[in-house]
Ligand binder design. Structure first.
Ligand code: HEM
Length: 628
């Protein structure tokens, strides 16, 4: 641009500025003058450039696009933006990592946020999900504790594997999400190459008042693609903003990523008697029971014009639900309905909803007024209701959808359904030899029969989504190699359990635990008394695979806990991904109630059995319940 066409610099009040280079001073070498209000404004404004970063999901990027309805869904919901095939609704989406700060690397092993704002004619609808269909916990009471364990240590101010695994190990309900996280899906190749899930169950209600429970699955049309652990780590130093750059460049280059929206829909009354609690965020609904139905597509076709204004100030809130869509009894979801608007008021300011990125495309007629930085108002509209002066009137036809509840007020976990436990959902997923999409050789190296993996695996299982249960009757036979591959990271097959002798040797080498619950010598005695395990016909290399106390015959996912001391001493020095284990109870020795290696490494005790211990989140309280 030539000099003639450049606009004149101004102050924020629009007053022309005299210099971009020099402050006002008394003589060329003299002191600066207080009357240089332009300099002062520049410095003061700079000091206030940051708003607090998000307390979680701080690092992310976003894009604009649209959602298009591709199938009739009016039998299930009266939501206006879904009421016609071909209807398009503008959206803004933000992807993120969870635990890292604003400047952290995009390719760290972490779940990815997948937050969508639909600007519908009935107000904003926000679906704030992740790239995982499950979550670590099932009660909002534990959320801040969980996040504290994944963030920085209060003394060292470093990320701390011990805290992370300590929390997970004490929270058996996290098994499925941790297993997912430790696969290659914990390190997506790009935001374009991952799915998005509501994770929670929501309610849909149609024009006749019929209610349904639903889950959203946004399946990437680009195909799932992930980094292997090493690749993801290499990218941390090569380009910490890899995912953000990838999305921006793709859209800028006209390569518009898209996702197909599939819904799982459960009849309202089926929830009560369903074999597990369908509102439990740590579980997926089996596709065999609730086949996903394709209903739409999401396309991203425009980059933000300004990162701060549109991405950093974007405020998503699960409580933004439009008529035809409501919450479910998922306690996590209900906790989130409070949390997000609250954090936005703190992070961005009282009137965050007036910022262009958050402003509904429909008219706003609320009775809220004033507050910091308000610029929208309703003129002389009455400021109270009811009034006799033509102010807005609420419409009872938009009553929030609900469900029947009864019961005393208690602090209790939800009452378990017949098949509820903490591990089944995780171990079903882990147990699937062929989990994925086969999109890259790396993903399938242990899975294709021709390559020696999963000889009896269901070939269709390779097309199935990682964490979605196959129908029980069609489950592939178990295959240790595939299982190890699911676990990710180390790529070692999970073989038969380590023998007692080997464990004793290891205990001997390491010396006593620093904070033993039971001393190592006691443990050695116990192992000696137990004798060797039955051998398998063909032996395979041994990873750190140890028995958890499984009382049932289903496989159990467990975690060996890497304390710093254990990491220093090895053999677990590589990285924390090597230390997740899968245990398949085999024979009489597999049902013990201890976890020798894990015990030793971290001197931790694992919750055992079917996940009904105090931390598992299942109620033993006879009065606890979901209500209808
Ligand atoms: C009780 C449980 C939870 C609480 C209290 C909670 C709280 C929060 C808070 C305070 C933020 C920061 C929001 C901001 O500053 O803009 C956030 C962000 C986020 N959370 Fe949660 N969260 C919970 C569970 C979940 C779950 C289960 C999911 C996914 C299924 C999830 C997905 C997200 C996403 C995607 C973001 C980033 C939104 C954005 O891009 O701005 N959260 N959460």
């Amino acid at each position: 641009m030539s000099d003639e066409r450049k606009p004149t610099t101004t102050t924020d009040a629009g007053i022309p500025a005299a210099s971009d280079d020099h402050s006002l001073s008394a003589g060329p070498n003299g002191p600066l003058l207080l009357q240089d209000h332009y300099l002062i404004q520049k410095m003061a404004q700079f000091n206030r450039e940051r708003v607090p970063e998000r307390v979680v999901h701080a690092k992310g990027g976003g894009a604009h696009g649209f959602f298009e309805v591709t199938a009739e869904v009016t039998p299930y919901t009266k939501a206006a933006f879904l009421n016609r095939v071909g209807k398009r609704t503008p959206v803004f989406i933000r992807f993120s990592t969870v635990a890292g700060e604003l400047g952290s690397a995009d390719t760290m092993r972490d779940p990815r946020g997948f937050a969508i704002k639909f600007y519908t004619e009935e107000g904003n609808y926000d679906l704030v999900g992740n790239n995982t269909p499950i979550f670590f916990i099932r009660d909002p009471q534990k959320f801040s504790d969980f996040i504290h364990s994944q963030k920085r240590h209060p003394v060292t101010n470093t990320r701390d594997h011990d805290m992370q695994w300590d929390f997970w190990a004490q929270s058996p309900e996290s098994a499925h999400q941790v297993a997912f996280l430790m696969t290659d899906r914990g390190t997506p190749r790009s935001w374009r190459h991952m799915n998005g899930y509501s994770s929670h169950t929501f309610m849909w209600i149609n024009a006749q008042g019929n209610r349904f429970w639903v889950k959203y699955h946004f399946k990437t049309d680009q195909g799932i693609d992930n980094f292997a652990d090493g690749e993801a780590k290499a990218m941390v130093s090569e380009d910490p903003d890899h995912h953000m750059r990838d999305l921006f460049n793709a859209i800028e280059g006209g390569d518009h990523p898209s996702w197909t929206l599939q819904m799982q829909i459960m009849p309202f009354d089926a929830a009560k008697e369903y074999r597990f609690n369908p509102f439990d965020l740590t579980k997926v609904w089996p596709h065999g029971d609730f086949p996903p139905i394709t209903i739409g597509r999401l396309v991203l076709d425009r980059n933000p014009a300004n990162y701060f204004a549109e991405v950093e100030q974007a405020a998503f809130e699960p409580s933004n639900m439009v008529p035809g869509i409501g919450p479910s009894p998922d306690k996590m979801l209900i906790g989130r309905l409070f949390s997000y608007p609250d954090t936005h008021r703190h992070r961005i300011g009282t009137n965050y909803q007036q910022l262009p990125i958050n402003l509904p495309h429909s008219e706003v007629h609320s009775y809220n007024k004033d507050g910091g930085m308000r610029y929208r108002h309703n003129g002389d509209q009455p400021v109270y209701a009811p009034n006799s002066y033509g102010g807005p009137v609420a419409d009872p036809q938009h009553e929030e959808p609900g469900w029947f509840v009864s019961g005393e007020i208690v602090r209790s976990a939800s009452q378990p359904h017949s098949d509820d436990d903490d591990y089944r959902s995780a171990s079903d997923a882990v147990d699937r030899c062929a989990l994925g999409d086969g999109s890259r050789p790396h993903d399938c190296e242990h899975r294709r029969p021709s390559e020696g993996g999963c000889p009896a695996g269901d070939p269709r299982a390779g097309r199935r989504l990682l964490a979605e249960d196959p129908p029980r009757s069609r489950r592939p036979r178990r295959c240790g190699r595939g299982t190890a591959d699911y676990i990710g990271g180390d790529r070692q097959p999970v073989g038969p359990q380590g023998s007692a002798r080997r464990l004793i040797k290891r205990l001997d080498k390491r010396g006593p635990c620093e904070r033993p619950k039971r001393s190592c010598s006691e443990r050695k005695d116990r192992l000696r008394a137990r004798g060797p395990r039955p051998r398998k016909a063909r032996r395979q290399p041994q990873p750190a695979s140890v028995p958890l106390g499984a009382q049932s015959s289903s496989p159990v996912v467990g975690f060996a806990i890497p304390t710093q001391r254990a990491i220093n001493q090895g053999p677990f020095e590589e990285d924390h991904t090597a230390r997740i284990i899968v245990v398949k109870p085999r024979g009489p020795n597999s049902g013990g109630r201890s976890h020798p290696v894990g015990d030793h490494l971290g001197c931790q005790r694992f919750p055992v059995g079917r996940g009904t211990g105090p931390s598992s989140g299942y109620a033993s309280h006879p009065r606890a319940g979901l209500g209808g």
